[in-house]
Design a protein around this ligand. Structure first.
Ligand code: FEO
Length: 169
């Protein structure tokens, strides 16, 4: 691949690892608030982000290029409320969508059709990521600080499970 493409994919790999870190940190925050369902949602989200990271890791290697692991920034550790945390999740996912779009633009400008094709999985995934985070955000807003509403939502979020991708052939 063009060096610019490899560098940009390595940066995205770092961004996905940061996302995993961010959601683990939010999970730890929710554990400390005894909101184990919210914490579970974050734990599953962190696993999803690790899966995204590994997709990029594998693709760079598949193309015969070199994965470079850079320092992962420390995520924040405290949020005021579930509302603030989920506003953060949603805005973070919108930011990631922007990064994916920039990667697609770069692949197209370089005429790298294979990478553009690879990135289309992420384009579709970001639609789901924004939908699921804005969905929880809406429910947190509806609960509007009522203890019973938040407890019901905590029970619902406890049901989320990570579905690992099928092994590669
Ligand atoms: Fe890897 Fe949540 O985007």
């Amino acid at each position: 691949m063009d060096e610019k493409m490899v560098d940009a994919l390595n940066s995205q790999l770092n961004a996905e690892l940061y996302s995993s870190y961010l959601y683990l940190s939010m999970g730890s925050y929710f554990e400390s608030e005894d909101m184990s369902g919210f914490a579970n949602w974050m734990r599953v989200q962190a696993q999803e982000e690790l899966m995204h990271s590994m997709k990029i890791y594998d693709y760079i290697i598949q193309r015969g290029d070199r994965v470079i692991l850079n320092r992962i920034e420390s995520p924040p550790t405290e949020w005021e409320s579930a509302l603030e945390a989920f506003e953060h999740v949603y805005s973070h996912e919108q930011k990631v969508t922007g990064l994916i779009n920039q990667l697609v633009n770069l692949a197209i400008s370089l005429g790298d059709h294979a990478t553009n094709n690879f990135l289309q999985w992420f384009v579709a995934e970001q639609v789901e990521e924004e939908e699921s985070s804005s969905g929880v955000l809406k429910k947190v807003k509806m609960a509007n600080d009522s203890l019973s509403g938040i407890l019901m939502l905590d029970n619902e979020l406890a049901q989320r499970v990570f579905n690992p991708p099928a092994p590669k052939e």
